[in-house]
Every structure is written in structure tokens, then in C-alpha cells.
Design a protein around this ligand. Sequence first.
Ligand SMILES: Nc1ncnc2c1ncn2[C@@H]1O[C@H](COP(=O)(O)OP(=O)(O)OP(=O)(O)O)[C@@H](O)[C@H]1O
Length: 310
Amino acid sequence: MASIITISGLTKSYASGFQALKGIDLSIEEGEIFALLGPNGAGKTTLISIVCGNVRPGGGSVSVAGHDIVRDYRGARSAIGLVPQELSTDQFERVIDTVAFSRGLFGKPRNDATIEKVLRDLSLWDKRHNRILELSGGMKRRVMIAKALSHEPRVLFLDEPTAGVDVELRRDMWKLIGELRQTGVTIILTTHYIEEAEEMADRVGVINKGELVLVEDKDALMRKLGKKTLTITLSEPLPDVPGELAEWGVSLEAEGNEMEYLFDTRAERTGVSSLLRKLGDLGIAYKDLNTQQSSLEDIFVSLVHREQAA
Ligand SMILES: Nc1ncnc2c1ncn2[C@@H]1O[C@H](COP(=O)(O)OP(=O)(O)OP(=O)(O)O)[C@@H](O)[C@H]1O
């Protein structure tokens, strides 16, 4: 696949002297959904703002759809749609007008068919004559996306698309973003919600203290770094974990009916077979075994902790 964004050796220090980005190299493939994860203050907004031309880069270079963001700012910017975290639109304006106006800001000629398509894709067509303030929170977010798509960008940035929204709306947004991808637009989203990356992203980047500590295909990441939980359903409940099992660090769940063991799938010895042997030796019978992959959340937490410890 061809890359649509190329970031090389990007650094950024703010006037305070604070180094927010410390040499970022990243290539975004056309058509993918890329999730940028990181704790507060990691540098996500700084990175996005530089790519979108809202913050000046320090060193390094960035090109978007073949346009250098400094030398050919207009070319780069017109390839990008940015959905900011905050709603930033005139509440009294009508949906169709605000979206059509956004297109005009990019110097694109009026195109009613495009605006209609964008509004239909976002299920806003029926609301096109409503004023923004008459819309629900979810619809308002859709309007922000429609504005960002009005000039037919090839890349869509979503900054924390579901920050502070309820679970139902979050699911709605995920579905919508999945549908947008079908239109061929490349999507980059920042999020604090690991679940969001896990649900939607093709690739995940983790940024911490201005450095990209990891960029990986999501599925591979989960396989490679993932841990699994082995749940052993016991034939008889146990009151306590027998001392002989201390080295496995197992725990009892479901009122002593289940034993859980967390193991590293990458380890040469996972400890699973020795644990099962030990259970046999101790005369602890079980009736079922089940393993479950741990989530990206666990991976993320252990990565960031590892970085902090280093
Ligand atoms: N204009 C500025 N001047 C000085 N420091 C800044 C400025 N903007 C951001 N920073 C600092 O740079 C660091 C990265 O901030 P940034 O907003 O990029 O992080 P983030 O990963 O987006 O965080 P969050 O998830 O909280 O939005 C932070 O320590 C922040 O305080």
C-alpha cells in the first residue's frame, strides 16, 4: 500500500523549552484506520496539530498526499479533514449551510452533490435544514465530521472522537467511522480509550513522552505482546489457594469455583502444563479449561509502565 502521510524525524519544542516531540518517524498507509494512543500530555495533539498545519514543526519533515506541510501548506491542508474535540460551529446556523461553508473555506467550488452525499453518508440529510442547536449531541458530532469531509479530504483526523460521550453514542461513532472507511478515506484517530483502538484500528501507535514507543498491526500486537488468562473450572470449590501453587500466582474467582492463571504466550515455558500437573499431584480435579486473550489495555499499561521504569 502507498503511504499517504510520511513523518520523518519530527521534533517540537515549545517556547517554554519543553520538548513535546522527540524525533517521530511514522508512515500512514492510504485507506487504513490508525489509532494513536497515549497518556495525557504524551504529545498526540501536538503531533496532529503539526500535521494539520496548526502548530509549527521544529525539526524533521512531514508530507501529506505528496505535499510538504511547510513548503506546500495549502496542498497538504486541502488533503486533510480535521474533526476537533470541541464543537466549534455557529449554533444558529443550519446544518447544510455550515457544511457547505466549510467546503468554501478550502477554496473548493460549490458542489451540491458532494454536500448531499456527505450529509447522507452521515445520516444528516433529513436534518439538513435544522439549526445546530436543535440537534442531539450525537448529531452535532456528525455535523463536525460532515464539515471536515465537505472538501473531500483524503485523510480524516479525529481527535478523541468519543471523549465524554455515553456508551451508546460511542458504539454509534465506531459504526460510523467503520462506514467512512468504506468510502476510502484514511482515518487517524487519537484516543484514551484502548477499547476504541481495539475495536476499530488496523494499526496502533503508542506515544509516550514525545516518543513513539510502538507502531504495530493491531492483531499482531495482540498476538505478540498479549497475555492469556487460563480459567480452570474446578470440580469442587476451594476455600483458599493452596501454598503449593504460590509460584504460579493463581487466584480464585467465582466463590472458589474457578482458578485463574495469567500467562505470557511468548514465554518459552508458559507454566500451563506444570500447573496442570501440580493440580493433579494435589488431587485438585477440574472439569473445564478456557483461555482468553488479554486486551490491548493490558498491553498498553504494561508498555507504558515498562517505558517509565526504563
Ligand atoms: N503551547 C504549548 N506550550 C508549552 N507546552 C505545551 C504547549 N502545548 C502543549 N504543551 C505540552 O506538551 C506536552 C504534550 O501535549 P499534547 O497536548 O500534545 O499531549 P496529548 O498527548 O494530546 O495530551 P492529552 O491526551 O491530554 O490531550 C504536554 O506536556 C503539554 O503540557
